[in-house]
Design a protein. Sequence first.
Length: 382
Amino acid sequence: MAKLNYFFVLGNHPHLSRLEVEAVLAQSNCRLLSEKILAVASPQTLEEEKLIKRLGGTIKIGRLNAQCKDWQQLKQNLSAALAAWAPPQQKIYFGFSTYGFKNDFNIKSLAMELKKQWRQKGFSVRWVTSRSPELSSVVAEQNKLLTPQGKELVIIKDKKSFWWGETRAVQPFKEWSLLDYGRPCRDDRSGMLPPKLARIMINLARPQTNQTILDPFCGSGTILTEAAQLGNFQLWGSDLSKKAIANSQENLLWLKNKLNLKFKMRLLTADVARLSQYFGTSSVNRIITEPYLGPQRGKIDIKKTTATLNRLYTQALKQFWLLLKPGGRVVMVWPIFYQNGKKYFLSPALGKFQPLKTNPECLIYHRPQQKVWRQIVILDKF
């Protein structure tokens, strides 16, 4: 393997986040250093700020500076490297995030050594800390650690060695909040798809410029609005609900004006059982969707619900096959019902679709206390 030179701090679903990074970078020259740290060997220089805005499941991106055989070598290497740092102002901000260490690990002695080293050179120094071993994106940004006079130093312990690097970009939390809670139409009662998961799904679909993306259960347009921010695509959406189509249109137009985007959209009120009659056969490159997932509240009749959804999804997949061009891909959510410690999966008929060969457990998205989990299903038409 080539030299590992970048690290990605993965989100709460690290397996899913790793698949997204590999899809976007179009490579698999990666290695997990800890549960949430993915190291990447990239022959090209990555644009970290641009890349972090594209990804939905990555919290931070940075550069790996050195791999060391033990803790003492790491301290010497890091101290020597930082001794040559000449920030543009006399005030220095620095902080540490550590990964792969036991809970009793203490970074204080190293932090105090660095602080003393800089003060001897005449700098005013502030060490930024938090209660957890990792600094959040908010703490890193708001405490100037990503500015020319600041550094977030990341230290990682794997099974055999120590690594250190520097964070270059963090998830744009302000933008995510504005574009999620600021949009005019939200439908929380229908179990809205999280925008970051929608972004992950789009990246897993790997659409190309000018291709057509269809969401046949578009709801308030979460997938379509996320796709609009990622490239120049033809955006098509349909839903059985007239209100959903109106909400999607309003949200897309709001986003278009807010970010000065250019895209073409086509929205229809349509039954998924007859989609090919509306859009035409072999007309779509990617289908990305979260369909109706069944009841979200109260007691769920697992047997009845799974039978109903299996019929609906089997019917939908038959239409998806007709709609997709050769080489097309479906990325969709299927619910997993979780009761009494047991998972209940769906099994609709796939027809001629080829599922992505990966561990299904890597494609599960859920939050604590949820009765209904999400399984991301990826199907290809060859």
